[in-house]
Design a protein around this ligand. Structure first.
Ligand code: NAD
Length: 260
């Protein structure tokens, strides 16, 4: 359990859900981790569960000053630069194209897209100086295809996928890798709020593996992308989605339309 020894990591949105599972998996593999989130209570509880190799820092990904403080604090506490960033924080808002309030669009852009960009901007200088680093950006299956009522969210997740590729090209010569992860439907507070158990059950019928994913299904991919095992991998997009993007919109469920 030492795949991430000497990795000094910031994980945004790590107080709960997928971010928390990633933090637990990283600590198991020997990393030191900053749990960066706006959710203080859950973040502090996770930090105390993980012990002295992790700490919580209140952080809003949409705020450049918050990034400056976070990175400086991490360098001081770790005694060295951050060499892995997981841009995991994100929010979801539903809305149809013709009626969605502009304020919801702006909020999605601010947290999902701007937050991801600011994170890369905050860690890139030290990573370039040290000629090493791994940045992992959480997109979605909505960064690979569209879904009704998710036009704005989908826009931010395509943006994350695109920024990942451009940054990977730009930073490659400096030894810095950038990849995107594309989770399918994962059972977290985000999806529970979006429709609860009924949504989960519906989701399971649309996925070739016939179940909704868990945060623990997602975390091992992040471990791989953070570790030196993925040293020749950059600009890549990695679906962890039960196979949902292997099919198309005519997908009839695993009955294949035969009603088994
Ligand atoms: P979640 O709601 O459980 O966790 C999101 C975390 O982000 C929370 O802890 C929240 O406090 C934090 N956060 C929100 N705004 C923030 C901000 N401005 N600054 C810092 N932290 C902030 O949801 P999750 O499913 O664990 O989501 C993690 C990521 O996975 C998100 O980027 C989401 O878009 C993406 N995703 C989720 C699913 C899914 O089905 N759950 C699918 C694809 C992609």
């Amino acid at each position: 359990m030492s795949r991430l020894v000497d990795k000094h990591v910031i994980i945004t949105g790590a107080a709960q859900g997928q971010g928390a599972a990633i933090a637990r998996a990283f600590v198991r593999e020997g990393a030191r981790v900053v749990i960066a989130d706006v959710a203080d209570e859950a973040g502090l509880a996770l930090a105390s569960e993980l012990g002295e190799v992790a700490y919580f820092s209140h952080h809003d990904v949409s705020d450049p000053a918050s990034w400056d403080r976070l990175v400086a604090e991490a360098e001081e506490r770790f005694g060295t630069s951050v060499n892995v960033l997981v841009n995991n924080a994100g929010i979801l808002r539903f809305g149809e194209v013709d009626t969605m309030p502009l304020a919801d669009l702006d909020l999605l852009i601010s947290v999902n897209m701007r937050g991801c960009f600011l994170g890369m901007q905050a860690v890139a200088p030290a990573m370039k100086r040290n000629r090493q680093g791994s940045i992992i950006n959480c997109s979605s299956v909505e960064g690979l295809a569209g879904m009704a009522s998710l036009t704005a969210y989908t826009g931010t997740k395509f943006a994350i996928r695109g920024m990942t590729k451009a940054a990977a090209v730009e930073l490659g010569a400096h030894g810095v890798r950038v990849n995107s992860v594309h989770p399918g439907m994962i059972d977290t507070a985000m999806t529970q709020a979006a429709g609860g158990e009924a949504a989960m059950q519906w989701g399971a019928t649309r996925v070739p593996l016939e179940r909704v994913g868990t945060p623990e299904d997602v975390a091992p991919l992040y471990v791989y992308l953070a570790s030196d095992e993925s040293g020749y991998t950059t600009g890549g997009e990695f679906a962890v989605d039960g196979g949902v993007t292997a099919t198309h919109s005519f997908y009839p469920g695993n009955s294949g339309g035969r009603g088994r």
